[in-house]
Design a protein around this ligand. Sequence first.
Ligand SMILES: *[C@@H]1O[C@H](CO)[C@@H](O)[C@H](O)[C@H]1NC(C)=O
Ligand SMILES: *[C@@H]1O[C@H](CO)[C@@H](O)[C@H](O)[C@H]1NC(C)=O
Ligand SMILES: *[C@@H]1O[C@H](CO)[C@@H](O)[C@H](O)[C@H]1NC(C)=O
Ligand SMILES: *[C@@H]1O[C@H](CO)[C@@H](O)[C@H](O)[C@H]1NC(C)=O
Ligand SMILES: *[C@@H]1O[C@H](CO)[C@@H](O)[C@H](O)[C@H]1NC(C)=O
Length: 350
Amino acid sequence: MGLSHNRLILCALLTLTVAASSTVHQRSRSTLGLNDAAKAAKKLYFGTATNADQWNDTTYYDILKDDAEFGQITPANVMKWFDTEPEPGVFNFTDGDVIANFAKRTGKKLRGHNCVWYNQLPGWLQNGTFTRAELALIVERHCFELVNHYRGQVYSWDVINEPFNDDGTWRSDIFYNTLNTTYIPLALRAARLADPGAKLYINDYNIEGTGAKATALKNLVKDLKQHGVPIDGVGIQGHMIVGELPTTIQQNMEEFTALGIEVAVTELDIRFDALPPTAEGLAQQKADYETFVQACNAVPRCVGVTVWDFTDKFSWVPSTFPGQGAACPWDENYTKKPAYDGIIEGFRSK
Ligand SMILES: *[C@@H]1O[C@H](CO)[C@@H](O)[C@H](O)[C@H]1NC(C)=O
Ligand SMILES: *[C@@H]1O[C@H](CO)[C@@H](O)[C@H](O)[C@H]1NC(C)=O
Ligand SMILES: *[C@@H]1O[C@H](CO)[C@@H](O)[C@H](O)[C@H]1NC(C)=O
Ligand SMILES: *[C@@H]1O[C@H](CO)[C@@H](O)[C@H](O)[C@H]1NC(C)=O
Ligand SMILES: *[C@@H]1O[C@H](CO)[C@@H](O)[C@H](O)[C@H]1NC(C)=O
C-alpha cells in the first residue's frame, strides 16, 4: 500500500495522545430528550449534523450540547475533501478538529463524513487528469490520512458517499470513470488500516425503501463481504418529503442487516415541498418522523438516528430546493414542532 513505517508509528502515538487527553464528561440532565428516548430504546444515540459557524448562536449551542437531546454529531462539511486536502498531499484538519474536539469535550459520538464523494472536491482533483495508478494512490492516501488523523475518536466513517444513480447504476464521476469500482475496496481497506476501531459505512440517499438503488447497494455489500473487503454498515440518509415515505422502510433495513452489517439513519429530514406548512401538514410530518424512527427502533441492528441539523434556521433544504423547507424537528425560532414528539413516540413503539 506504500504506507510507511513512520506513519504506523504516528498512528500509535496519536492513539496514546487521544487516550491520555480524554476526560470524563459531566452530564447535565434536563427533561427527557431525543437522545434519552433513543437510549431508552437501546439505540446507541440520537444525533445531528452541525457546522461550527452556527455555535455563536447561543440557543443553538445550548440545545446541541445537551446530552439529553444529542449523543452524536456529524460534521456537515468540514471533513469533506475540499476542506481536508485542499492541495494534493497537503492536509488541513483545522476545521474538522473543532468538531472532533467538541465531540470529545461533550462526550458525544462522532460520525466521520466523508472520505470519497463526487461532490465538494478540491479544484485540483475535480478538474485534474489522472492515470488509474495515480488516482488509486490519491484515494488511498486521502482515506488513510483523514481516518488516521481522527483515529480512536470516530464511531463510524462514511467512507463512501453516494456511489449510485437512482436507477442502481454506478454514478459516473472521477472515481468510477477512472478506477471503475476498484475505488470502493481501495478506500475501505485504507480506512480500516487507519482506524481498525471505526465502523466503516457506505452512505446514500433514495435507498430508504426497497427498489433498484437499495438493491444495487445490497449487491455491493454482498460482493464486498464475499471478497473479504471491510464493510460494517450502510447509512440510510433519509432526506424525505412530507407525506411521501415509502412503505418498505423497515423491511429494507432488515434486508440490509440480514447481510451481516448494521444500518444507521444518517441525514434524516422531512421537508415540505410547499410553504408555509399547515397544521395538517405538521401533523403529517410528525407521523412521518414517527414512522421512520419506529422502523429503526424495530430493527435491532439499526444503531441510531441522525438529523441533518435540528433547526429550520440552519437547514440545507431551502438553498438546495427553493420554495421547500421546514424539514427539521425545531422551527427557525427553536420552537419544537409536532415532529419532535413524533421522534420520541417512534422510539417508544415497535
Ligand atoms: C455567527 O457567526 C457567523 C459566521 O461567522 C455570522 O455570520 C453570524 O452573524 C454570527 N451570529 C451571531 C448570532 O453572532
Ligand atoms: C487550514 O484551514 C484553516 C481553516 O480553514 C485556515 O485558517 C488555515 O489557513 C489553513 N492552514 C493552511 C496551512 O493552509
Ligand atoms: C473546475 O473548473 C471549472 C472551469 O474552469 C471551474 O468553473 C470550477 O470551479 C472548477 N472546479 C473546482 C472544484 O474548482
Ligand atoms: C467496470 O468493470 C466491470 C467488471 O469488470 C465491467 O463489466 C465494466 O464494463 C467496467 N466499466 C467501465 C466503465 O469500464
Ligand atoms: C419566528 O419568529 C419571527 C419573528 O417573531 C416570525 O416572523 C416568524 O413567523 C417565526 N417563525 C415561525 C415558523 O413561527
